[in-house]
Design a protein around this ligand. Structure first.
Ligand SMILES: [Zn+2]
Length: 166
């Protein structure tokens, strides 16, 4: 039984260009080195920046000699695809806020400097924020001395409970 498969090469005249084809069904074109880049690029765009396998599917119906390696190389060098791939990677670098598990488990205190626009003797606004709920309590301060801050803090703690971490 004859099982050898041999390729039927033919030259196809396209206008004034001659193209080497595999004349078996389906008819496949041989791509020159110079054409390879454009052919792959077209397939890559046509598949919506598709990956190797989608490009193979697109190309194997028309071309005889586009290698998987060339497709992988093109895909790895495509600027659009690199941008897309980088986005999830940077996600890991972004700092994730520490979240307390319950109300008043974490509290944060800041002072807003109002010295340039004092209200009678009050020159500071103390901001206490619950980390989980973002619930905010404001207190006016005359100074930022520890005793005054502590006095207001104790008042807030009595209102909503003392946090495990401040
Ligand atoms: Zn791409």
């Amino acid at each position: 039984m004859q099982t050898d498969k041999y390729v039927l090469y033919e030259v196809l005249q396209c206008g004034d260009v001659e193209k080497l084809i595999n004349a078996d069904e389906p008819l496949l074109y041989y791509v020159t080195i110079e054409e390879t880049f454009d052919v792959i690029k077209r397939a890559h765009i046509a598949t919506g920046h598709g990956g190797r396998d989608r490009m193979i599917k697109e190309l194997q119906r028309k071309y005889a000699n586009i290698t998987t390696k060339a497709l992988e190389l093109f895909k790895s060098q495509c600027e659009e695809c690199q941008k897309k791939r980088k986005r999830p990677m940077t996600k890991g670098v972004v700092m994730r806020p520490i979240l307390g598990k319950e109300l008043a488990s974490r509290g944060q205190v800041d002072l807003i400097d109002m010295q340039s626009v004092p209200y009678s003797n009050f020159k500071w606004i103390m901001v206490y924020q619950d980390h989980l709920t973002k619930f905010c309590i404001l207190r006016p301060l005359q100074t930022k001395r520890a005793a005054e801050v502590a006095f207001q803090l104790v008042d807030i703690f009595l209102l909503m409970g003392a946090p495990a971490a401040l």
